[in-house]
Ligand binder design. Structure first.
Ligand code: FE2
Ligand code: FE2
Length: 284
């Protein structure tokens, strides 16, 4: 992708962000939790299909759906918080003003997403689950670090969007949670569009100087990051808060249960094909 094409895409994305601003102040928040409502699509709940899930009645499953929503929104808050600080320190450091202009919108949108997510967690759970992420050090090569940052963001956002897209349409869910997922999905489509094109543009620029060894390093880095992203979808505290006995024991085994492995493989297969096409992940 040429620099001219990339700049045109950035200008277009910035224009849409400017025209289609979504105001978090307009969201309608019900006064309290509805115990009869689902807050997370049952088939996406991390325990779905496990023995413990089969032993739960509908009221317990609905209670778990609320704590799973709080976990999902919490992991988004921590991801966005990190991304905002990492992107912000790279703004206006060089010639690429069209890039900085768009990234400013990216940061602005992530800030507003944190308002929806934290608004939900504070109101209905009075907590945000702690950050369980770890972040590596910079390599010293600014362009490589920027590339890896957006490659990780792309992995993170593709998986989140799989959940958003399904939950935005799930009529079983409480309207507020459906709306949060819908709004996030709409704005994340632009971030995903940017991310895929940024990675392609960068790889094209480095076609000659990023050799096979470097490209293998990129793949190793991203496949460990992918494992790490999935770990955050299984949270023992969320199980405990839903009233599940021996929550830590449940957590210890659930991620390796056949249904959970199959679910992750299906999502990876569906959502990470572009990264595989760029040879940034191994073929599935
Ligand atoms: Fe976001
Ligand atoms: Fe995003």
């Amino acid at each position: 992708m040429s620099q001219i094409d990339f700049d045109q895409l950035l200008a277009k994305l910035s224009a849409v962000s400017e025209e289609e601003f979504i105001d978090p102040g307009r969201l309608e928040w019900p006064a309290e939790v509805d115990p009869d409502a689902w807050y997370f699509t049952p088939e996406l709940i991390s325990l779905y299909g496990s023995d413990i899930w089969e032993s739960m009645d509908e009221a317990q499953r609905k209670r778990l759906s609320l704590t799973e929503a709080v976990n999902f929104f919490s992991l988004n808050i921590h991801g966005e918080k990190h991304l905002i600080s990492e992107i912000s320190r790279r703004l206006y450091t060089g010639e690429e003003s069209e890039l900085s202009r768009y990234l400013l919108h990216f940061v602005d949108e992530e800030t507003r997403h944190m308002m929806y997510f934290s608004g939900f967690c504070r109101r209905y759970a009075e907590k945000i689950y702690p950050d369980r992420t770890m972040h590596g050090e910079d390599s010293g090569d600014a362009e490589l670090d920027m590339f890896l940052l957006f490659a990780r963001i792309n992995v993170f956002e593709e998986i989140v969007d799989h959940y958003n897209r399904i939950m935005a349409k799930d009529k079983r869910l409480a309207p507020v949670v459906r709306e949060i997922n819908r709004i996030h999905h709409v704005e994340e489509l632009r971030h995903l569009n940017f991310g895929r094109n940024f990675l392609k543009h960068c790889l094209d620029r480095h076609i000659d100087d990023w050799d096979d060894a470097r490209r293998q390093e990129l793949r190793n880095h991203l496949s460990s990051y992918l494992q790490f992203v999935w770990k955050q979808y299984y949270n023992p505290e969320a199980y405990q808060d839903a009233g599940i006995d021996e929550a830590f024991e449940v957590w210890r085994v659930v991620a390796n249960a056949p249904r959970a492995v199959q679910h992750r493989n299906e999502v990876n297969q569906k959502r990470l094909s572009y990264l595989r096409k760029l040879h940034l992940l191994e073929a599935a």
